[in-house]
Design a protein around this ligand. Sequence first.
Ligand SMILES: [Zn+2]
Ligand SMILES: [Zn+2]
Length: 340
Amino acid sequence: MKTIRLEQPGRLALLSSDEPASSLQPNEALVRVRRIGVCGTDIHAFNGNQPFFSYPRILGHELGVEVVAVGSESQHVHPGDHCSVEPYLNCGHCIACRRGKTNCCVSLQVLGVHTDGGMRESLIVPSSKLHPSTQLTLDQLALIETLAIGCHAVDRAGVEAGEFVLVIGAGPIGLTVVQFAIEAGAEVIVLDINPQRLAFCREQLGVTYLINASVDHPLEALKQITSGDLPTAVFDATGNPKSMMSAFAYPANGGRLVFVGLFQGEVTFDDPNFHRRELTVLSSRNARSADFTRIIGLVENARINTAPWITHRAKFADTVAEFPRWTKQETGVIKAMIEI
Ligand SMILES: [Zn+2]
Ligand SMILES: [Zn+2]
């Protein structure tokens, strides 16, 4: 079967590889990959700046698949079903798994990151990680994982209707946070330095409060928007150390700050500021099964419109040639989708 493998930073190769094993464990399913979304993690891996990443690796963790065969204990999916894949392979018995926090399992293996993913014609996955829908398109199914990142982050903060929420960084991940903050009924403010990204928030997601940090003074703008209160929840989706450390200045007293993006290094902050405001600082990693179920329902019920998300598209055979273009910010990629 055809497989695309990242051999080393900057070099993807289209290879011919063996089909997956023909016998399935009772809890496994064989799936045919139909759509692969490309995200920041893939681009960092391609550029050689993804932490804890080893080569060669088959990328692909945002997957829309068709079930080919299931093991004897796989009850909820059947051959022919179209599914989204929850790519977070957890151990099931560590302290995090025992407490239902499967997204941050002690020995978590993310498909396409820590273990080979879906840039190939077929693969075997635990059937519990398949989330079927009879209504969604394969494109939509491949978008569920990326949406799940924002869904989980907004859940972490327990965002409530009517509160002011600031999202810093309107890249693909920040946009998913914006989407779910809107879904929670929050008054959403977006801060970025890129006018195109801010325009996308206004035009495609209907965000009214936009701050361009390269022109406006963020703290002053936030005070103006919130009548001096400041936002009660702040999300940083930049992965930029300077932004993340500046973000401690933005939550209201009693507010929370959620780091969705990450970087290799230390976060430092002023303790009196942190204490005076009694801030809650949270990290958010991946998502859980329930997020996938919930998002599929929201897309089925047209509460979330996935139409604006896919900006670029390629056939599997053209991916090796197209991929380098998607790594350039000026291409304006939000989500590139590979068809296979
Ligand atoms: Zn991703
Ligand atoms: Zn675990």
